[in-house]
Design a protein around this ligand. Structure first.
Ligand code: PLP
Length: 385
């Protein structure tokens, strides 16, 4: 059996995979089993922060694994403590809980909000329509896209969704019962939709007035993706809780829930846990990623984002462009899946988000790779699919 046959036979059929098997890669170039090269504009859905075969990441993990690969959370270990310290010093958050995925990071944030709200009688968590917060039953309950809810009810109670960028609905939906509002500053899966500054400032005004928490889901937008360490920085606000994953591990499974001053002591002994959370090998790798996300890299991400927008703006087949930094959505008159398929046939891997083409290249993507990939995308859009 080849890889396609074997996967179809033995892997649960939850993914509509493209007909490509990735066998190797370097940076933003990936190769299939026959050596055909693809330019990677997706980086594993915003995961491979420094591209494929990132030597610093591999070295950090390898060295840790040769020392000891795992210990339970019954003991201390330096990589976990150092990664939490690096995140707190970079961002101003006070405490970090580590899990293994974005959904788990969000589960932790939800537990923080529930426990914080418990004594105050605050039981509701508001999210936004079109949001995506994960695939566990509770993060699905938080996800404001009906399409993901099919088949899996009954859901965790206490979640309500309001439209993004609608200040009136937000004001009407929040009350003394609101424990938290959870948002993506740029909705990823929902279509690369950027929150408006006025909506964000109204949210933070309401949070103060009605005493609820703001949770930023930075699973996709975090770790430099939008040209700031976290996307909230573009808005001059400071959420009470931030969740992140994806790019944090640069390809390793990790999620983190960062807690600010107000909630830093909400979770106490026995409230939460994870066998693999803060695993030394993964934490050592993540630390090597976080340490390289400095101002020079962030400003290059902002520049590359502007460069992509400039190259696409006004071109045939480009209806509009959204996003920040290296998180870009491109609306075209064509079905996004068909555009992605045509790009793939010409050696470029792009993602989709609803009706848009989504570009999430590695943060260190070289300009020549970007140019080559954009040439292909533009030629596909010019010819039509
Ligand atoms: N939150 C956001 C904003 C995401 O984009 C995702 C995944 O795409 C998740 C949560 C869930 O992350 P994971 O798939 O690691 O559980």
């Amino acid at each position: 059996m080849n890889v396609f046959e074997k996967d179809k036979k033995y892997v649960a059929g939850t993914y509509a995979r493209f007909p490509v098997s990735i066998a190797s890669g370097k940076g933003s170039r990936l190769a299939n089993e026959d050596g055909k090269v693809y330019l990677d504009m997706g980086s594993g859905i915003a995961v491979n922060t420094f591209g494929a075969a990132d030597e610093e990441l591999a070295k950090a993990v390898y060295e840790q694994m040769l020392s000891f690969q795992h210990t339970s959370n019954l003991y201390y270990s330096s990589p976990c403590a150092s990664l939490a310290e690096a995140l707190c010093l970079k961002t101003g958050y006070k405490k970090v809980f580590f899990g293994n995925s974005g959904a788990e990071a969000n589960e932790c944030a939800i537990k923080v909000a529930r426990k914080w709200g418990e004594e105050k009688g605050k039981t509701e968590i508001l999210t936004l329509i079109n949001s995506f917060h994960g695939r566990t039953v509770t993060t699905l309950s938080a996800t404001g896209q009906e399409v993901f809810h099919k088949h899996f009810g009954p859901f965790t109670p206490g979640f309500y969704s309001v439209p993004a960028n609608d200040e009136t609905s937000l004001a009407a939906a929040t009350s003394e019962k609101t424990a938290a509002v959870m948002i993506e500053f740029v909705q990823g899966e929902g279509g690369v939709n950027v929150l408006s500054p006025s909506f964000v400032s109204e949210l933070f005004r309401l949070a103060k007035e009605k005493d609820f928490l703001v949770i930023a889901d930075e699973v996709q937008t975090g770790n430099g993706r939008t040209g700031r360490y976290f996307a909230y920085e573009h808005y001059g606000v400071f959420p009470d809780v931030v969740t992140t994953a994806k790019g944090l591990g640069g390809g390793l499974p990790i999620g983190a829930c960062l807690m600010g001053e107000k909630v830093q002591n909400v979770l106490s002994f026995g409230d939460h846990g994870s066998t693999f959370g803060g695993n030394p090998s993964v934490a050592a790798g993540a630390l090597s990623v976080v340490n390289r996300i400095d101002e020079a890299l962030l400003s290059s991400v902002r520049e590359k984002g502007e460069y992509i927008k400039k190259r696409l703006t006004g071109k045939k087949g480009v209806l509009s462009i959204s996003g920040m930094g290296l998180m870009i959505g491109v609306k075209t008159p064509f079905e996004s899946a068909k555009v992605a398929k045509a790009c793939l046939e010409r050696g470029v891997l792009v993602l989709t988000a609803k009706d848009k083409i989504r570009l999430l290249p590695a943060l260190n993507v070289p300009y020549d790779v970007l140019d080559e990939a954009l040439d292909v995308l533009l030629s596909v859009l010019e010819e039509g699919v």
